[in-house]
Design a protein around this ligand. Structure first.
Ligand code: G4P
Length: 528
């Protein structure tokens, strides 16, 4: 692909993720988006649902069925001349790091707010993550078919709690049983809500002009009040402004109901029009423009055993510049080797297909045989390293023990492979043969035990271990590092990626060590 065609292809890309609190409707909206993108014909056919909701037992069964949040990690579909890439994120907060890293691979985000509940805690956290990079946010207030809160209050809450200006693009006419549709403030058009079209692409019934007789008829007794409300909304809310949206200062707000399949199309229309095409990205050397011809990209996620039949591990790479072509050679910058990639994959609503060609903004899946880690950069030769893809120190630690001592190798392999996914980490102490698992949430321990059994045929149990926190060790002075290793050896371990880590038994101990070794860096996050 060359010249203007190449630039055109890139400018068509819209790569985004959904941020929301569990139960706000992410899964339901995703399904309607797939319907609009014609990846599925009838909503309700995407098998399985959240792999991440509610109880652990649910997670396990879902995991087994490889529901939508697992297999459809990336969904690509064409829409109105654009190519949309939707990156799924796990809903359960124990997997939030995965979500943070996925947010580093998108150019914008869609925020879903449950109209009855307003802005909820996880959304606030994810917005904070988006703000680090000024990610543009488009908002969808969901569940208009229920009796929700006053839309004006909701808008105020978005502005106050999330510290972003809200610009309503359309405004709901009624709610719950009286929900009649939405009125577009900019085109002066009413989109009429019709029941019973939740599983197919719904008709787009429009009424032109709020002043029209049809509008008066539709609104009936509510008409005068609604006209007044619109005046108020126009006066009191922010005007949409593309520049402010792209700078992450203002969010256009749409109203609708995902379950009844209404308003999602209007939102998607706005999204493909305004959302940014692939943006330039920072490396340790320089900024890389998406339209540069030379290929480059970074890995933001690794998933083991995605397809039980294949028993493989897939590394998800965001392409940041140039074109991937089947069979091309890439430089794996961290290990300094050229590798030939013949079989990258893409995921279309759960189905794998081989990619022939992909450009900046697209996500491709590489088969990983243990040489790829989260954060790795691949280029056509330039030794660049994309920055800003964090690893966080785990907050919980457990010793893991085998029920069958003969399975030690399988246990280590399983833990190492699962820790490549980044949501748990394995630590191997330098001075003994224990294995310590670090995680950010309880659920991950259960998931690891389950998967070890299911995927690696290893039964293991956890025991408490006195580790308060982990810190990655860096020291430029090799003599001092050797000295440090000798003195602190009992608390040192290698992590799954081969990085030296200090496992502090207490907070006080960590403080003391930091004071005693001022030239050794104890890092709470690690970038590759
Ligand atoms: P999530 O992925 O963000 O966690 O949310 P999900 O789409 O699963 O939606 C959570 C619940 O909210 C589901 O109900 C879903 O049917 C419902 N829901 C989503 N959008 C709307 C909407 O526009 N209106 C109404 N009234 N409900 C909506 P559930 O009972 O928990 O699940 P299910 O048994 O219906 O699947």
């Amino acid at each position: 692909m060359g010249g203007s065609n190449f630039i055109n292809e890139i400018n068509k890309r819209r790569t985004f993720a959904i941020i929301s609190h569990p139960d706000a409707g992410k899964t339901t909206i995703t399904e309607k988006l797939l319907l609009l993108g014609q990846l599925i014909q009838v909503a309700g056919t995407v098998k399985g649902k959240k792999a991440d909701r509610h109880a652990t037992s649910d997670w396990m069964t879902m995991e087994q069925e490889r529901g939508i949040s697992v297999t459809s990690s990336v969904m690509q579909f064409p829409y109105k001349g654009r190519m949309v890439n939707l990156l799924d994120t796990p809903g359960h907060e124990d997997f939030s790091e995965d979500t943070y890293r996925t947010l580093t691979a998108v150019d914008s985000a869609l925020m879903i707010v449950d109209g009855a509940k307003g802005v909820e805690e996880r959304t606030i956290k994810l917005m904070d993550v988006c703000r680090l990079r000024d990610t543009p946010i488009l908002s969808f207030v969901n569940k208009m078919d229920r009796d929700i809160r006053d839309p004006i209050d909701l808008l105020d809450e978005i502005e106050e709690v999330l510290k972003i200006e809200g610009a309503p693009i359309n405004w709901p006419i009624g709610m719950g049983k009286e929900f009649k549709g939405v009125y577009n403030l900019y085109t002066d058009t009413i989109h009429v809500f019709k029941q019973g079209q939740s599983s197919v692409i719904a008709d787009d019934i429009r009424i032109a002009g709020l002043e029209s007789d049809e509008a008066k008829q539709l609104l009936g007794l509510y008409y005068e009040d609604f006209v007044e409300e619109i005046e108020l909304v126009k006066g009191a809310s922010h005007q949409f402004n593309l520049e402010d949206y792209l700078a992450g200062k203002l969010t256009p707000v749409f109203f609708g109901t995902a379950l009844s399949n209404f308003g999602v199309r209007e939102m998607l229309d706005g999204f493909v029009e305004w959302a940014p095409a692939p943006l330039a990205r920072a490396t340790d050397e320089r900024k890389v423009e998406a339209t540069e011809p030379e290929f480059s990209g970074f890995v933001f996620k690794i998933q083991a055993n995605m397809d039980p039949k294949h028993r493989d591990r897939i590394a998800f790479m965001r392409i940041c510049s140039g074109t991937y072509k089947k069979g091309m050679k890439m430089k794996h910058v961290r290990i300094g080797k050229d590798i030939k990639i013949a079989d990258a994959v893409t995921f279309k609503a759960g189905e794998r297909s081989a990619v022939e060609e992909a450009v900046s903004g697209d996500i491709i899946g590489l088969h990983n045989h243990g040489t790829i880690q989260i954060g790795d950069t691949f280029t056509e030769g330039e030794p660049l390293k994309y920055t800003g893809i964090p690893h966080f120190a785990p907050e919980m630690f457990r010793l893991i023990r085998l029920k069958d001592p003969l399975k030690a190798k399988a246990l280590q392999k399983g833990l190492q492979q699962l820790s490549e996914e980044g949501s748990t980490q394995v630590f191997m102490p330098l001075n003994n043969s224990n294995l310590i698992v670090g995680a950010v949430g309880q659920l991950q321990y259960e998931v690891v035990a389950y998967r070890l059994k299911d995927e690696y045929k290893v039964s293991a149990i956890y025991e408490p271990v006195s580790v308060y926190t982990a810190r990655w060790i860096e020291c430029d002075d090799s003599k001092m590092l050797a000295e440090f290793k000798r003195k602190a050896g009992d608390n040192l371990a290698m992590d799954g990626g081969g990085h030296l880590t200090y496992l502090a038994p207490t907070r006080v101990n960590l403080q003391l060590m930091e004071e005693r070794w001022p030239d050794v860096k104890f890092r709470a996050t690690r970038e590759h």
